[in-house]
Ligand binder design. Structure first.
Ligand code: BGC
Length: 516
């Protein structure tokens, strides 16, 4: 996930400073926040496919699954089983609004500490659960951890990073998420062989990153922006010197003070966000999150083992296949770190949309032809499905995954940046909740058609990227209005001249709309 505020931007003057040990330590510790989130995304699908877990909490699903003649597509369809995965995201949605207040009033560091405490409580409740209530309350507590963590950690990272490496650090947070997902997949693979309590180990291991974040956060410093925002100017300057490793920080210090002053002048950023000229970045931020989730990625991240079992793999092979998709996810996110500032956002998104559209469509066709409600796919067809899922995940991981977070974090002007980003976070959580809650039922009712459903979304996503998404590569964050929005054939109609009159699009703009 991405930063919610950028302390300086625009034509960034070369602030003095180097990448200090303090910054490295802070980044490593904050990274546990990303691992915490990723681990949770990856763990629930594998756990919900484990028989020991199902026997204890979802005996009806277990019965259905063991029933030889049960419809392949409906084995796991159970609202409570989906609630196990999805309630975390609804809790995270609520928590992110509380956490954004907490970040401003108390600081980023205490918000991260609160996140780790919620997370630890959630881990204890879920790993030791003896009834459904413990399980659901545990997941809700984990959700609060995710909501607090996802608001504070990216903010913390971006405010701490020297401006030159802010973009790379931004995507690094997504990298930690994917590493968390991958570790979860491997853990599930091992613990699924430990009976009858392997699932408890899977859930308990989530405590490790949370504990590291909790203990580690005692050692890190608060960000200069957060201190200055709360009028602790001297302390802010001292921390800035420490993290930059130099004494001459006046230029950067002044720019943070100016940014904070500007932000303070807007008493109600949410009202400002509803104004006409805020519409382009707001619509883009919200739509990117909806698209990111309706691409179907979390149907795979949460339910890959379940999905692979559906197409006919045994328990073991299914978990192993999700380990493979986990590796592809991590490696392809690294591609994105390399490519994003070279190739640009728009081309990556368009290329990946084609790749993801083609793979989802072929998976759908293979399932329509090969997977009847009872019986399995031919081994070759099942292998092809795993291969195609990998190609699909690769496309997502170098485009919609990281860029869904990066673009909203760089397109808002400073005064609406945090509030605008909070909309992005909560839209993401809401859409993740919808997918997590609905996917297994959709699989049951739409059968292979679900893949065409996602493919149709991907087609719309690609079209949107071609026509409506401006390229923001290399544009300083504070120059977006002039250089991006006011130049775009469509979005410029929402912009005003300095005298307040509207910028009207010309007819000829339509002809060159595509690659602006
Ligand atoms: C998305 C998550 C997804 C993950 C997969 C993130 O960008 O927000 O919902 O599970 O990527 O790597």
């Amino acid at each position: 996930m991405a930063p919610a505020i950028v302390t300086s931007g625009g034509d960034i003057p070369e602030f003095e400073g180097r990448i200090t040990f303090t910054v490295i330590i802070c980044v490593v510790i904050a990274a546990f926040g990303g691992l915490m989130f990723g681990y949770d995304i990856g763990i629930s699908g594998g756990v919900s496919a484990m028989d020991d877990f199902l026997k204890e909490f979802f005996p009806a699903v277990y019965e259905k699954k063991s029933h030889a003649l049960e419809n392949n597509y409906c084995k796991y369809d159970n609202q409570f089983l989906q609630l196990f995965t999805s309630c975390l995201y609804i809790a995270a949605l609520v928590a992110s609004f509380i956490a954004s207040k907490c970040c401003t009033k108390l600081g980023r560091k205490p918000t991260m500490q609160i996140a780790s405490l919620f997370f630890l409580l959630g881990v204890v409740l879920t790993a030791s659960a003896v009834n459904m209530e413990m399980l659901i309350f545990g997941r809700i507590s984990l959700g609060f951890g995710v909501g607090f963590g996802n608001q504070a950690v990216p903010l913390f990272l971006s405010e701490l990073a020297p401006a030159k490496i802010r973009g790379a650090l931004n995507i690094s947070f997504q990298l930690f998420i994917t590493i968390g997902i991958f570790i979860a997949n491997m853990v599930n693979y091992v613990t699924s062989k430990i009976h009858p309590y392997g699932w408890r180990i899977s859930l308990a291991i989530a405590g490790i990153p949370a504990l590291m974040l909790c203990i580690g956060s005692l050692a890190i410093c608060e960000t200069p922006t957060s201190l200055i925002e709360r009028n602790k100017l001297e302390e802010g300057k001292a921390v800035l010197k420490k993290i930059r490793g130099v004494d001459h920080v006046d230029l950067e210090f002044d720019s943070i003070v100016v940014a904070c002053d500007q932000a303070k002048q807007i008493t109600n950023p949410y009202r400002k966000l509803m104004k006409r000229e805020s519409r382009p970045p707001l619509v883009i931020a919200i739509i990117l999150q909806v698209f990111q989730q309706f691409s179907g990625i979390n149907a795979i991240m949460f339910y890959a083992p379940v999905l692979f079992q559906t197409v006919g793999f045994g328990n073991d092979a299914s978990l192993l296949s999700s380990v493979i998709t986990g590796i592809v996810n991590v490696a392809s996110t690294m591609v994105s770190i390399y490519a994003v500032d070279r190739i640009g956002r728009k081309l990556l998104l368009i290329e990946a949309s084609v790749q993801m559209f083609v793979t989802q469509t072929i998976i759908g066709i293979i399932l329509v032809i090969g997977l009847k409600p009872t019986g399995n796919l031919e081994p070759k067809q099942a292998m092809a499905v795993v291969f195609l899922v990998c190609i699909y995940v690769a496309g997502f991981a170098w485009s919609w995954g990281p860029l869904g977070w990066l673009i909203p974090s760089e397109t808002f002007p400073v005064e609406t940046r945090t509030s605008g980003f909070a909309f992005a976070v909560s839209t993401n959580m809401l859409c993740t909740f919808i997918i997590a809650q609905a996917f297994l039922s959709m699989l049951c009712s739409m059968q292979a058609g679900i893949f065409f459903f996602f493919a149709a979304w991907i087609l719309v996503m690609g079209m949107f990227s071609i026509f409506f998404l401006p390229e923001t590569k290399g544009v300083p964050v504070d120059a977006m209005v002039e250089r991006v929005w006011k130049q775009h054939w469509f979005w410029k109609r929402y912009m005003t001249h300095l005298d307040g009159t509207e910028l009207k699009p010309r007819k000829s703009d339509l002809a060159h709309q595509t690659m602006t």
